[in-house]
Design a protein around this ligand. Structure first.
Ligand code: SF4
Length: 239
């Protein structure tokens, strides 16, 4: 299979079938914690990197050949090994999936393009959106996510605020905390203010996995994660 992976089992999404919309590590970020390794060439251009009709054809064949696994799916997850909203056909893909399969669709995104109303409109058909927001200061954003220079943190934050108003499904905001970069209490307080504006259904805290992160991307210890979770309030959980 070229575009499909899984089903993957996770505590967060249950049994989910993954769809990859981009070639390996095609991304506009170069996160210090990325499990896929370094982004050698950051890309901001949106285009149909993988043809949507090819992804749908492979998906159709998977559902025909795996009826029992298909029945047990909790989600079809659009994510993969790069940033899925860089594929300009994502809207058509979601629309087609909703017409043909009765499995909820989740989109996992780094949020980089959510300042663009066209991108937001294209993902409104999903049932669940899991956007990331690791940083709320420019310094932390540059250190942790290392975005394409054209990407502006303020536009991401305003995009998330707008998405909440436009999107009727669940938003689970993921925050990756890296020791010494975005785990201090001043950043947490600012993050809390921004999250109150975004108003997601859940806030999910994560910290890098030691064996996949690059040197310098250290995990936050469990006790400190719990403290940040408490500061961020009832909707927050550690995943
Ligand atoms: S956004 Fe995702 S794929 Fe891109 S560098 Fe960050 S973790 Fe890796």
């Amino acid at each position: 299979m070229r575009y499909i992976y899984g089903p993957v089992h996770s505590r967060r999404l249950g049994s989910s079938l993954g769809l990859s919309l981009t070639p390996h590590k095609l991304c506009d970020f170069d996160c210090v914690y990325c499990q896929l390794g370094k982004t050698f060439r950051k890309v901001l251009e949106r285009k149909e990197y993988f043809k949507i009709e090819d992804i749908l054809a492979e998906g159709h064949s998977w559902f025909v050949n795996n009826p029992e696994q298909a029945k047990a799916l909790d989600f079809i997850t659009i994510s993969g090994s790069g940033e899925p909203t860089l594929n300009s056909g994502i809207g058509l893909l979601i629309e087609s999936l909703k017409k043909t399969v009765a499995v909820p669709v989740a989109v996992i995104t780094n949020s980089s393009l959510l300042g663009d109303p066209v991108v937001r409109r294209q993902i409104l058909g999903a049932n669940l959106i899991v956007p990331s927001l690791d940083a709320v200061t420019e310094e932390a954003f540059q250190k942790i996510d290392r975005p394409c220079p054209e990407i502006k943190l303020e536009e991401i934050i305003e995009g998330l605020v707008s998405l909440r108003k436009e999107f009727k499904g669940q938003i689970w905001l993921e925050v990756m905390l890296v020791k010494g970069i975005n785990d201090n209490l001043a950043h947490t307080r600012r993050l809390k203010e921004v999250i109150e504006r975004i108003n997601p259904d859940k806030i999910q805290l994560n910290s890098p996995v030691r064996f996949t992160a690059e040197e310098g991307a250290e995990a936050v210890d469990a006790k400190h994660l719990e403290k940040i979770k408490e500061l961020l309030g009832d909707k927050c959980e550690v995943i």
